[in-house]
Design a protein around this ligand. Sequence first.
Ligand code: LLP
Length: 422
Amino acid sequence: MRHFDFNAGEMHAEGVPLRQIAEEVGTPVYVYSTATLERHYKVFADSFKDVPALVAYSVKANSNIAVLATLAKLGCGADVVSGGELSRALMAGIPADKIVFSGVGKTPDEMRLALDAGIRVFNVESRPELETLNQTAADMGKIANIAFRVNPNVTAGGHDKISTGKAENKFGVAWKDTEKAFALAASLPAIKVVGVDVHIGSQIDDLAPFKATIQKVSGLVTRLRASGHDIQSFDIGGGLGIPYGDNRKAPPLPSVYGAMVKDLTRDLGVEMIFEPGRMIAGNAGVLLSKVIYAKEGADRNFLIIDAAMNDLLRPALYDAYHDMEPVKAPGSDFEETLYDVVGPICETGDTFTKNRSLPAMKADDLLVIHSAGAYGASQASQYNTRPLIPEVLVNGDEYQIIRERPTVEDILKTEKIPHWLR
Ligand code: LLP
């Protein structure tokens, strides 16, 4: 079921016409669907409802507190990678004991915040990080629960820049050092080893790398237990891919992924932790934009839209494909045209797509860029002094602005001209 679909000739988000949002909030704007967020969470969580499991939504995918609160209400936990994300998750009502803290560069300040909150587990990625955490926790009179993120040296992921499980990547403890790392952790007074953790990449459209990883890490769990470590949880990270419209093959359904994971971990006696991000938020959001100009180039047509690479970085950064459709359903007489869809930013990289076949469009027409709910707003910047764009959450027939559009004044008031120039 698609919650962004045509109704009476116009694209809606659930029961709300996108044209209405464009008129009332302005463009460009991110629009999210509550029903889709809920459905994706439930489909994922239901795949594991018969085994001990925690779904810890990866906040980086879409970190708006309204999105987090929508998921919190369903019982979802959170995977955070900064003190900022931790504050968001707590503010949205995600209980601290459902929060896992990942990331290669946690600072002592961030550790203190997380220890104060009483999070479930730190996914530790190196020996120096472990030592800093031990010192920080000891200073606070606390014990930090940890899992080591291990680097299984498995290739996976939709693009080199989002592949994380290879030995050459900066992530996790090197495979050959894992047992030494666990032995060190067990010897530190303010550290308690509770699990293992791994995350191999993102937009993975194949079960094979997950399977290889689970098999490898299961062997490690058995060896660690034999050495006396009390391994209670196995965090397999996120990474399950989604359909973007150009996939060479359909990514596995969460139920198929779930069946495989359960099959491989049934006899391990661990609680599984999952950190899905894209799978929950990606297709729950669109970027709604307006054509500024339709321009004829030397040998091609450009659609210059009011959204740009600072609003949605994925095409520029990863050559990512996003489906696009006009908000007005094309009539039977529509004229198909090949467009390069571009933003107004002064860089050739500010291109959403090249040679895309779309119905002929003109200035002021509205265009929808699909699959923009994950790594869209959360990766946006104010490059070219373009204020961050607003976010809207639809719920049935109503919508609410969940992040306002800042003004240029809001941006400028954070900057200062030094006294010697005044
Ligand atoms: N856990 C950890 C430790 C991660 O680093 C990530 C994503 C996830 C979970 C969630 O992965 P997901 O389920 O969303 O694949 N900006 C890129 C994706 C970067 C992913 C970074 N880590 C993109 O737009 O494709």
